[in-house]
Design a protein around this ligand. Sequence first.
Ligand SMILES: *[C@@H]1O[C@H](CO)[C@@H](O)[C@H](O)[C@H]1NC(C)=O
Ligand SMILES: *[C@@H]1O[C@H](CO)[C@@H](O)[C@H](O)[C@H]1NC(C)=O
Length: 256
Amino acid sequence: MSFKTLAAYVLKRTVDFKKSQIILRGVLILYSWMGAIGGTFESIKFEKITPQHCGPQRLNSGWVDKSRSSCAARCLARFGTCHGFMYNEVTKLCTPSSGLSAEQSTPSKAEGDFYFSDSCQSYPDFRTKYNQSTQAHVAYYSSPPVNYTNAKAACECMNSHLYVANTLEKWWLINAIVNIDHHVFIGLDDMAQENKFVWADSHQEISSALKIAMFYLGQPDDSGGQDCVWKKPHNVLLDDVKCSEPAGYICEKTLC
Ligand SMILES: *[C@@H]1O[C@H](CO)[C@@H](O)[C@H](O)[C@H]1NC(C)=O
Ligand SMILES: *[C@@H]1O[C@H](CO)[C@@H](O)[C@H](O)[C@H]1NC(C)=O
């Protein structure tokens, strides 16, 4: 039944005008409420996922809610930034969240299962950085420093990959992203095959021209088994390093 038919029906059947106004308002409120909920459920789909190496950004400590769908509806109604929620089927604890971040812990047993709606807005740490016509959608993490395996896994948890500086422009853009005092991993390593450095997204080998331009002179040299690549402090030049070394890292997503 459309809203017009519903309103006409109410008006026709109600003799007393005042009463009809009240009923009409009641119908209006009910209808818009149904519309809001219906619309929300149509466009937002939550899927159960198990994040590892990143976690949901909690919006508050949660409340007890009768069902998972009621938890979802309330999260959406209360928070414009609701992109996920946790629900414990036993205790019925409902914890709203804005999205995935590498700085957050994975859902605890008490919080329960995590339901996530994957969209451009579901990763609050990511920003678009520009240098003239070059742009990248990135999140930068510097503390605590982590090894390459964990940095890579954290990016993958947020449906992204370690930063791919596969043009001179994107290499320069690193300056606009990181704190110059830090060591920072990028998505380039020769773990699979010695001296074949491949990018994190395409697994394509770096061109020899870029390798010459971007690395310190005489690097990469694999000194003592260095299979990963970082940018050192106060210089945009790259060096190879042991993958077990702790460092900051940049995650990159395809542009939204
Ligand atoms: C932007 O890129 C140019 C080279 O194309 C470079 O000289 C400049 O330092 C870069 N700016 C920043 C903020 O990274
Ligand atoms: C990184 O640390 C994790 C433990 O947090 C360990 O399992 C992994 O082997 C380490 N990776 C490297 C390359 O050292």
